[in-house]
Design a protein around this ligand. Sequence first.
Ligand code: BV8
Length: 231
Amino acid sequence: MSNIVILTGAGISAESGIETFRAETGLWAQHRVEDVATPEGFLRDPKLVVDFYNERRAQAAGATPNTAHEALARLEAAHRGDVLVVTQNVDDLHERGGTKNLIHMHGALNSALCGACDHRWPAPMQMAAGDTCPACSAPMARPDIVWFGEMPYQMDRIFTALGNADIFAAIGTSGNVYPAAGFVAEAARAGAHTLEINLEPSAVGSQFNEALLGPATQTVTTWVDEILSAG
Ligand code: BV8
């Protein structure tokens, strides 16, 4: 009975019509990361940052989970061992695709955070700079997103799962951002079989035992069917 840890990135949502970060027409091509995904950028121009995430929240709300999201939910429901999805994505397509055991390590568009008291609440579709916190009333609401230089969420739980993994799969991530890009090394140290599912090898592609190249809606479905038929 094998324990499986799956890391996903923007590539698993690409076929749902959500832009990735590093493609030529990607999100970062239109915005400087320092301006929209750092605490300094938020302090400098909170409206620019809040509007950037409002745009992405609307895009995510208009998207639907694809067969790769649904295949991972099928795996979790049918596999006898543990299945944990750790996503770098901030959209809610894994949840809407049926995944339950899920960690949003870089936060989530549908959550809002108070910069003063750390209270969290469901984000409205459109946030505005200076929105007040429903708990402490400070005008310090921000998107509940992990920006560069901030600590990703639930790292202890992630490292425990990596230490117990028999299989580690990274799906649709370019392996540019740490600590997520370091998870393959952590899983390999624990003796897990490591697999990269992507259109092309990522920046850490050489660290994986195996690669499945092709669009996630095909490769993830094939991989899940193989796992489930192996029992
Ligand atoms: C931290 C916010 C410390 C949410 C994001 C070590 C070495 C070097 C640098 C660092 C290091 N440690 C830390 C750093 C700094 C930094 C970092 O890694 N910088 C990089 C750029 C060098 N890391 C951090 O700052 C992290 N924090 O380490 O804190 C700390 C310690 C103590 C106390 C406090 C702090 C925080 C990182 C989180 C940053 N937030 N975003 C949002 O706006 O969405 S990162 C952003 O990029 C996204 O969240 C996303 O998760 C991430 C990675 O992008 P990908 O998901 O990989 O997407 P990308 O477009 O790049 O690639 C898409 C892939 O899909 C491609 O490979 C493509 O081929 C594939 N694909 C496309 N279509 C398909 C497909 N695959 C299959 N099918 C398809 N159809």
